[in-house]
Design a protein around this ligand. Sequence first.
Ligand code: ADP
Length: 246
Amino acid sequence: MIRFEHVYKTYPGGSEALHDVNLHIKKGEFVFVLGHSGAGKSTFLKLILHEEAATSGRILVNGFDLSNIKKRRIPYLRRSMGVVFQDFRLIPTMTVYENVAFAMRVTNVKESEIRRRVPYVLKLVGLLGKENTYPTLLSGGEQQRVAMARALAHSPQLIIADEPTGNIDPEMSVAMMELLNKINSVGTTVVVVTHEHELAHQLGKRIITINHGSVVSDDLPSCDEEEPASDPEQAPAQPADEEVMA
Ligand code: ADP
């Protein structure tokens, strides 16, 4: 699912953001990536999304080898995951429904599928009834749920939540963690990137701690089982997250 092998990242100008990072997050896991400001969390995220390339080392994400990924394959890589950004990145001129539908439309999903899927993901995140509301009229927690619905729209194998408690109140944070747990319970891998020690320790899940660009602790014994090699374009559909609602 996510594998880093001896990954280094040095930005132009010489700032070393990641130093010999080795980790393996398996399909279906729920993992926190914890680190102070400046530890290298955003760089870790950017490498996974291939917004930045590693200076050296090997990165595998959802069956894609990012060391030699072709440009035309990058959209497939990004579609294999859903990211909930800290600042939500919603389009203010579009309703809740349109924000989610638009994300599907730009990747040429059929309208009939959009009409079926959007209400489903909005129900999953608890936003039924808000379809026609504009994001600015929603609370921070609700906006985050729209971002989550959008991230889930493509039935991704992997959900990444970037500082999910950064812009919402504590009650909403608990609810968001419960939602991520629910999504994880049907087989979707969840990675939560955070600087909040308490949040990471609340759920009793695996915590990978990054400090000054290096992994300094990982609370599970390392597992070296290989995942079967697969062509992501041929990969079977993600186990139905629709079971969540059953
Ligand atoms: P975090 O997200 O944990 O706060 P970052 O990945 O943003 O950490 O940063 C890790 C280190 O890399 C910091 O020292 C930061 O200053 C540096 N860094 C991050 N992005 C850039 C960039 N685009 N150019 C140069 N240095 C950067």
